[in-house]
Unconditional design. Structure first.
Length: 381
């Protein structure tokens, strides 16, 4: 029932009244109390349940928007454009069925669980199929960094997904936050890796395709678990008193998800450790090569690592006017760090001689060899 006008407090300000500042302070206090009441609004459990259930349905809007998101993400991946990939989140709707699964588990609503699972599986199949089709259509395009970046899932990706899922669930239950803002952000962790996996599978890169799909699957499980935890804390729980009044009920109803999450966490943590070890090894090798070969006007262009069964070849491209001697390379090999498997590293140098060509010194500025080796020329405005 709306308040009557006579029940609403009104303050009349007289501009010529010397106590106007006092009235202004009183108005600010009233506004502050109104803001506090707005922030303290209770969660409408019934409405939140209806919203989550509606978003978990396999509607036309769900499939159309996710199909468009997959196309946008696919072309962003193929064109190596981070901005386009991020733009795909503006239309993706993958958070809905995952939130439905989270609510169904803690509320023990098995019909909702089947519906949300069906929606999620159909959405994943559709997005994956679009990725494969785009991979076949653009088969001549190379694999970009945006695609390959999603083929190395680690524990860091797991933590990001956990935080994203918690943010999405919190925005769903908060009266003053929009779930759409967080929902589209979470969708970026699902749509691009699924599309990337489809593209890689179309190109026959089965290992990378499996890794990209593992990233998407990890995000789904992590988002579901963190969403379930937030909803449980917010009071979304139904069942016997023994289940709903203790944290054991949460673990019991999410046991399968938690076991899968634990297995993924162990595997991804091992991946992270290997990635860190690889970066440390490559950084150490690059420092050693730079100290020994980046001399005598020589400039190191690239350093690449080719890991073999019993050793690692370190291919280095150098531009300059003084090629390194074989004895120097042999000496460097004795100093190079061993690879992650404890095998020796061997340096292989590709030397590109630089020839200095210029006009007569009488007609232009005379450049010595040191000046000619500079990678960039600064010009005055």
């Amino acid at each position: 029932m709306k308040k009557k006008e006579q029940d609403v407090p009104t303050i009349i300000i007289d501009e010529h009244n010397p106590d106007q500042n006092k009235y202004e302070r009183l108005k600010e206090k009233l506004r502050y109390k109104q803001a506090l009441r707005e922030n303290s609004r209770k969660i409408d459990h019934k409405q939140v349940r209806l919203n989550i259930q509606a978003d978990a349905l396999p509607s036309k809007t769900f499939f159309i928007m996710n199909a468009l998101a997959a196309i946008i993400a696919g072309y962003g991946l193929l064109s190596d454009s981070t901005a386009v990939v991020i733009g795909a989140m503006l239309v993706a709707m993958m958070l809905g069925p995952i939130s439905g699964i989270a609510l169904a588990l803690i509320d023990a609503r098995w019909l909702l669980l089947r519906t949300a699972l069906k929606t999620l599986v159909l959405g994943v199949i559709m997005i994956y199929a679009i990725g494969m089709i785009m991979g076949f259509i653009h088969f001549d395009l190379p694999m970009t960094n945006e695609i390959l970046a999603r083929t190395k899932p680690t524990a860091i990706d797991l933590m990001i997904a956990l935080a994203g899922g918690a943010a999405g669930a919190f925005s769903a239950v908060s009266p003053r936050l929009s779930v759409a803002v967080v929902g589209v952000a979470v969708a970026t962790a699902l749509v691009p890796p699924l599309v990337a996996s489809g593209i890689l599978l179309a190109h026959g890169q089965f290992q990378n395709s499996a890794n990209a799909f593992l990233l998407a699957f990890t995000n789904m499980v992590a988002i579901q678990v963190s969403s379930s935890l937030v909803l449980w804390i917010a009071g979304f729980r139904r069942g016997s008193d023994e289940d709903v009044n203790s944290l054991w009920g949460f673990f019991k109803r999410n046991s399968i998800s938690l076991i899968i999450l634990l297995i993924l966490a162990i595997y991804l943590s091992l991946n992270l450790m290997q990635s860190v070890q690889k970066q440390l090894y490559e950084t150490q090798i690059k420092q050693q090569i730079s100290q020994n070969l980046n001399i005598n006007n020589n400039v190191i262009d690239t350093i690449q690592f080719d890991q073999r069964e019993n050793f690692t070849i370190v291919r280095t491209s150098i531009r300059g006017d003084t090629p390194p001697m074989s004895s120097e390379i042999e000496k460097i090999n004795t100093q190079l760090a061993k690879d992650r498997k404890g095998h020796p590293s061997y340096l292989q140098v590709r030397f590109i001689p630089v020839q200095i060509i210029q006009t007569s010194p009488l007609q232009t500025v005379n450049l010595d060899k040191q000046d000619a080796q500079e990678l960039s020329i600064q010009t005055a405005n």
